[in-house]
Write a protein that binds this ligand. Structure first.
Ligand code: HEC
Ligand code: HEC
Ligand code: HEC
Ligand code: HEC
Ligand code: HEC
Length: 183
């Protein structure tokens, strides 16, 4: 639980930890603001700009299977509740959303997150190969600045041309064999 300890103590009671100049500050938004944001509205207003941006929780803390599996996976509530048994939220809006997390945990009803990125079924995309070759910091290359998004939205086209262009730009180029990407 090193990560919890690594969080600045002030973040745990919801106050600003360091001067805004040196730390990313997520904007104040309420649950009712989500309709104005890009991307799919999720059952719980989970904010990457707060978790990955302001509190700097590494992407891999939650999406730990990205480097070992085709699917990075969405974390289970178990990952959330370690922190949220303690952290109840510093604003009424945060408290209301965190209550949903605690209720879901108690009732054993995981939230039905809406999938944002999805390739057609005939395409193969092994996340772990990409993370291995490009590094755990490469998320931004394909997903954009998720750590600044209050609600995740798709930034890259995910079209065939986008894949092949990057493969051709590698040194040495990655194969463009149809059967590598298509079943
Ligand atoms: C505290 C846990 C946590 C951390 C840290 C985290 N995520 Fe997530 N991520 C989630 C959850 C929960 C969802 C599903 C809800 C949503 O889409 O907002 C998600 C969804 C996503 C999605 C959309 C998945 C889809 O449906 O297509 C992407 C992309 C993503 N995360 C990338 C990142 C990146 C990049 C980072 C680091 C900058 C990161 N995440 C850090 C928990 C986390
Ligand atoms: C390492 C600790 C940690 C983990 C793990 C974590 N959170 Fe949080 N979460 C925080 C902190 C810190 C805040 C900010 C609390 C505040 O200031 O109100 C927060 C705020 C929130 C909020 C209110 C603000 C917002 O994002 O809209 C929600 C909802 C939330 N978390 C959901 C989740 C979910 C769902 C997961 C699991 C996928 C998760 N959290 C995992 C630390 C964590
Ligand atoms: C080379 C581009 C690329 C990189 C690098 C990349 N992704 Fe993805 N990501 C994708 C594509 C394409 C999809 C859609 C895959 C599909 O539908 O099969 C996706 C889907 C996802 C999803 C949703 C999948 C699910 O299981 O619900 C999450 C979460 C995600 N990425 C997180 C990450 C994280 C975290 C990183 C960094 C560790 C990362 N990605 C790095 C291209 C990338
Ligand atoms: C680097 C990965 C990659 C390679 C290599 C690749 N494709 Fe694709 N292909 C995709 C992706 C991703 C899609 C789905 C997105 C899209 O339609 O652009 C796709 C879609 C397609 C489609 C459907 C297009 C449509 O409009 O529905 C066809 C047909 C296709 N590919 C044929 C090929 C052929 C033939 C080759 C070999 C010359 C090839 N692909 C090589 C990634 C790839
Ligand atoms: C940002 C650059 C980048 C993008 C965008 C990208 N790739 Fe890749 N891809 C790579 C690299 C680098 C490798 C080589 C990994 C290795 O050497 O193991 C790779 C490897 C692969 C492999 C394994 C190739 C093999 O030899 O077995 C597949 C399959 C693949 N990519 C599919 C895709 C698809 C499908 C997309 C688009 C949806 C895509 N990639 C987008 C950089 C990228």
């Amino acid at each position: 639980m090193v990560l919890i300890l690594a969080l600045p103590p002030a973040a745990l009671n919801g106050q600003q930890a360091q001067p805004a100049s040196s730390r990313y500050q997520a904007p104040v938004l309420s649950g009712s603001d989500t309709s104005k944001l890009k991307g799919a509205r999720q059952p719980i207003f989970f904010r990457h700009d707060i978790h990955a941006g302001q509190d700097q929780i590494p992407c891999m803390y939650c999406h730990y299977s990205a480097s070992i599996s085709s699917e990075p996976g969405i974390p289970s509530l178990q990952t959330c509740i370690g922190c949220h048994q303690l952290i109840g939220g510093s604003t009424p809006s945060h408290q209301a959303e965190i209550k949903k997390v605690r209720d879901a945990w108690r009732e054993r009803k995981p939230p039905e997150w809406i999938r944002v990125h999805a390739l057609p079924g005939f395409v193969r995309f092994p996340h772990m190969r990409h993370i291995k070759a490009l590094g755990t910091g490469a998320c931004v290359t394909c997903h954009g600045d998720v750590q600044k998004q209050a609600q995740v939205s798709q930034v890259s086209t995910l079209r065939m041309g986008w894949c092949v262009r990057c493969h051709m730009a590698q040194k040495p180029p990655v194969t463009r064999d149809c059967s590598v990407c298509h079943y």
